[in-house]
Design a protein around this ligand. Structure first.
Ligand code: ADP
Length: 255
């Protein structure tokens, strides 16, 4: 099956010698086309590192990452930037909007940077779908936090990229806006076959995904294709206990 994001035995160590921290301890996973995957785990379990390695923003210490069919190892920064521009969009918790640009200009910026001519009908549709069609000429500081996040999402969707990486995309949103944004992301995998990888600590957000991957201490310990927010929260609580027990083994794993 086509997997636009593929990790094979990815290890990531920070630092060297006795002070080295293993952020990822040999992670293998295929994020198949048209799927929405949530990556969850206790704080420090390696979620952000996984996202950064998968997106070519950080280089694994060993192992292989394939992004849109291209092995990342050995690519220089220019080639990586081009690959990302062509195939990848990002939504981070910090919206990273350009303050001097309008909503519309922010949304089309990655396309313009990639030398592509924005399809104005598609861009209008995307902006409308995030409910900002009355705000296209506003600048970010004239918008609420939720609206700014929706601009960031519209910007990511406007690219129609093969892969969308999202890091806590709903972290700064009120619950109603968060649900709208998650629905939009889920619809995008269905309608456009986009592959979405979303790091989140929120079981409700994760429940919108097709698959939930759980990390503990830099390793994937379980996966859950069928789930509810409640079952995800229960799994997370269990994994947090497991992680704590690993750190102080004498405490055992409480039930
Ligand atoms: P999560 O996103 O699940 O909270 P991270 O991927 O941020 O986890 O971190 C995984 C581990 O790697 C943690 O122990 C963290 O302290 C460590 N780590 C992350 N980034 C760095 C860094 N730049 N330098 C040193 N250690 C780091």
């Amino acid at each position: 099956m086509n997997a636009p994001v593929q990790l094979t035995d990815v290890q990531k160590l920070y630092g060297t010698g006795s002070g080295a921290v293993t952020a990822l301890g040999g992670v293998s996973h295929s994020f198949t086309q048209g799927t929405f995957t949530a990556v969850m785990g206790p704080s420090g379990s390696g979620k952000s590192t996984l996202l950064h390695c998968a997106a070519g923003l950080d280089e694994p210490t060993s192992g292989e990452v394939h992004l849109a069919g291209t092995p990342l190892r050995g690519l220089d920064e220019t080639a990586l930037t081009e690959l990302r521009r062509e195939h990848v969009a990002f939504v981070f918790q910090a919206f990273n909007l350009m303050p001097a640009l309008t909503v519309y200009q922010n949304v089309v910026l990655p396309l313009t940077l990639a030398g592509r001519t924005p399809d104005s009908a598609w861009v209008a549709k995307v902006i409308q779908s995030v409910g900002l069609d009355q705000r296209t000429k506003h600048r970010p500081n004239e918008l609420s936090g939720g609206q700014q996040q929706r601009v960031a999402i519209a910007r990511a969707l406007a690219c129609s990229s093969a892969v969308l990486f999202a890091d806590e995309p709903t972290g700064a949103l009120d619950s109603q806006t968060a649900l709208e944004v998650l629905t939009l992301l889920r619809d995008q995998t269905r309608a456009a076959g986009q592959t979405i990888v979303m790091v989140t600590h929120d079981p409700v957000a994760a429940s919108y995904a097709d698959n939930v991957v759980f990390l503990v201490d830099g390793q994937i310990v379980s996966e859950s294709p069928t789930h509810t927010a409640e079952s995800i929260a229960a799994e997370l609580a269990q994994l947090a206990r497991l992680a704590a027990a690993r750190r102080s083994p004498e405490a055992g794993v409480p039930r």
